[in-house]
Write a protein that binds this ligand. Structure first.
Ligand SMILES: Cc1cc2nc3c(=O)[nH]c(=O)nc-3n(C[C@H](O)[C@H](O)[C@H](O)COP(=O)(O)OP(=O)(O)OC[C@H]3O[C@@H](n4cnc5c(N)ncnc54)[C@H](O)[C@@H]3O)c2cc1C
Length: 574
């Protein structure tokens, strides 16, 4: 059952308490409550996703920032971004960030997961061992426009029996696609056609896949794992609009080890409410808020916590560190002499009339441009040339030679320019999340520290060069005037770097702030079974636990972590 406030909750005994009904939390709740022996309560700060049109219609995603569905965070001034601070979106709604994200569906490289297995000493995190979870997650379907997708994906690497509807992009731009596909045929090499970048081998250019199924609506963790039927389970309870401030030591007669299975819940007009799980407490509040809750509760760096007056219950300097994210650059585009025909929706982004028509089409029969969000039909995954790295004496931070350093979205949204927005897929920079004060209601300090590692700015620069190589394909080059501002007059590396620092943004892929490390390691926050080090009764299962960021949009990896995480919990209580 689902409750609108903590006052409506029946007084029950909870086996498992899950803090955060986001991407990972929804999966864990769904899987644990498959076992009728377990009584599960999810505590979610945001409202229900039910009927929230902005989260249902893919094309309305851009209207989500700064609504009630957004935590509305802002980073500190980022030195590598010329001291700019940027807004940092996070989902504040059932389904969490999966209810507000861009729905791009990418898994990354097999070597990303193999590296997790290597650094944690647990082969269970390897690409091969995760396959059952990859399959349990996905329900690949024909796209909403029912076009023939033979040759646009590899059915062998997809599952049609899992929980979450996914597909190939279902609203395409045929005149752009012809140019892209011809260009990659002409260029080959780094731009070779990759029939399916979700095979574990992402390099090359392939058709965009998204977490939108045949019905043209967003698939989120809430719509897929917490369907009305699943929410109706007798042993699954979800309380919305309820904010967890801290987690507390629980009475544990006879146990010497620090035991934490109690949550403290904020109430408007009264003292906080506490609840204790009889089996386990699971933090799934995401890469910003899971470390925030740990630190507010006295688990973190002793010096930092004492400096703001928080009594330390467990000294662990890794909490909140290792923040990793993908910087993005949306302004890489080339002016065209002759426009490409992108159809009647060309001004969709700016014309309210067209947007109203698109919404009507979506509502009437699930057609039109609002059945997709990303308007780039192809994604490219590229490497920084080894020669560039060796000349500069830089190491490649990616997980290996088959992983991507840079992602290039490929399209021509307005028809008047050829677009190549870039994402840095294998950043070397690491930032942190910290507390502002001892008040657990204060938002955390988010310090992403982008472009603090020398590789990152080099890789972005190389991404721009790769975009220039792309438009040098015979099919495109005669139609290209030049790269658009702000790049048109930047010729030296210094000039390019300045523009990078002035204009780069984020892809909202924060991970790593409660990283896994081997059992017994002197660093890290959780063991490979996701138990918080030095604590009994407490796990973290969400994006925070990734030791390294995959070269992919991060939701797929979070689903796999949550699927396996739920299994690890279940095994412990079998
Ligand atoms: C704007 C945006 C666009 C993105 N685009 C893409 C994309 O296109 N493709 C992709 O693969 N990935 C994308 N991502 C990233 C991806 O969505 C995230 O990596 C993933 O959803 C994180 O999952 P999580 O479970 O760790 O956290 P979340 O899904 O954020 O879940 C955390 C949950 O905890 C709740 N919570 C937090 N604090 C508390 C508290 N104190 N008490 C109670 N509840 C609390 C939150 O409300 C939330 O529901 C995007 C993210 C954003 C924000």
């Amino acid at each position: 059952a689902t409750y609108g406030s903590v006052n409506e909750l029946p007084r029950l005994k909870w086996d498992f308490l899950i803090v955060g009904g986001g991407t990972a939390g929804s999966v864990v709740a769904s899987r644990l409550s498959e076992d009728p022996r377990f009584n599960v309560l999810v505590i979610e700060a945001g409202p229900t996703n039910e009927g929230a049109l902005l989260t249902i219609v893919p094309g309305l995603q851009s209207r989500l920032p700064r609504t009630a569905y957004d935590w509305n965070y802002t980073t500190v001034n980022i030195p590598g971004y010329n001291n700019r601070s940027i807004s940092y979106q996070r989902g504040h709604i059932l389904g969490g960030s999966s209810s507000v994200n861009g729905m791009v569906f990418t898994r990354g490289a097999a070597s990303d997961y193999d590296r997790w297995a290597r650094v944690t000493g647990d082969p269970g995190w390897s690409w091969d061992k995760l396959q059952p979870y990859i399959k349990k997650h996905e329900r690949f379907q024909t796209p909403v426009d029912s076009h023939n997708i033979t040759g646009q994906y590899n059915p062998k690497v997809h599952s049609s029996t899992g929980m979450m509807p996914t597909s190939i992009i279902g609203f395409r731009h045929p005149s752009v696609d012809v140019l892209t596909l011809t260009a990659i045929q002409q260029l080959g090499g780094e731009f070779k056609y990759n029939v399916d970048f979700n095979s574990g081998m992402p390099l090359g250019v392939g058709w965009t896949q998204s977490t939108i199924g045949h019905d043209g609506t967003r698939s989120s963790a809430a719509t897929s794992y917490l369907t009305p039927q699943i929410q109706a389970r007798n042993n699954l309870h979800i309380v919305l609009n309820t904010f967890v401030t801290r987690i507390l030591e629980s009475p544990s007669p006879g146990l010497k080890k620090l035991t934490i299975r109690t949550v403290e819940i904020h109430t408007q007009n009264g003292p906080p409410i506490t609840m204790t799980a009889s089996k386990e407490l699971i933090l799934a509040a995401g890469a910003i808020d899971s470390p925030r809750i740990l630190m507010s509760s006295g688990i973190g760096d002793r010096n930092d916590l004492e400096a703001i007056g928080i009594p330390v219950i467990l000294h662990n300097p890794s909490v909140g560190r290792n923040f990793s994210d993908h910087p993005s650059l949306n302004n890489v585009a080339f002016a065209l002499k002759k426009p490409v025909d992108v159809g009647p929706w060309v001004n969709l982004g700016s014309d309210p009339e067209l947007q109203a028509q698109a919404l009507e089409l979506w509502q009437t029969n699930r057609t039109g441009p609002f059945t997709a969000l990303v308007r780039d039909d192809h994604l490219g995954w590229i490497r920084v040339p080894n020669s560039v790295l060796s000349d500069l004496g830089l190491e490649d931070p990616s997980s290996g030679p088959t992983a991507a350093n840079v992602e290039m979205l490929i399209g021509a949204q307005t028809g008047t320019s050829w677009d190549a927005p870039l994402r840095l897929s294998s950043p070397g920079s690491r930032g942190y999340v910290a507390l502002r004060s001892s008040n657990p209601l204060d938002p955390a300090i988010i310090s992403p520290n982008y472009f603090s590692h020398p590789f990152d700015i080099v890789a972005m620069r190389e991404g721009i060069k790769a975009a220039k190589r792309f438009v040098s394909a015979p099919i495109l080059r005669d139609n290209i005037i030049q790269i658009n501002p702000p790049w048109a007059n930047a010729s030296t590396d210094d000039e390019i770097d300045q523009i990078l620092r002035e204009t780069a943004m984020t892809n909202w892929h924060a991970v790593g702030t409660a990283e896994m490390s081997p059992k017994g390691a002197t660093w890290g926050v959780v063991d490979p079974d996701l138990r918080v080090k030095g604590v009994k009764g407490l796990r973290v299962i969400d994006a925070s636990i990734m030791p390294h960021i995959p070269c992919a949009h991060t939701q797929a990896a979070v689903y796999y972590i949550a699927e396996r995480g739920a299994d690890l919990v279940r095994e412990a209580w079998d």
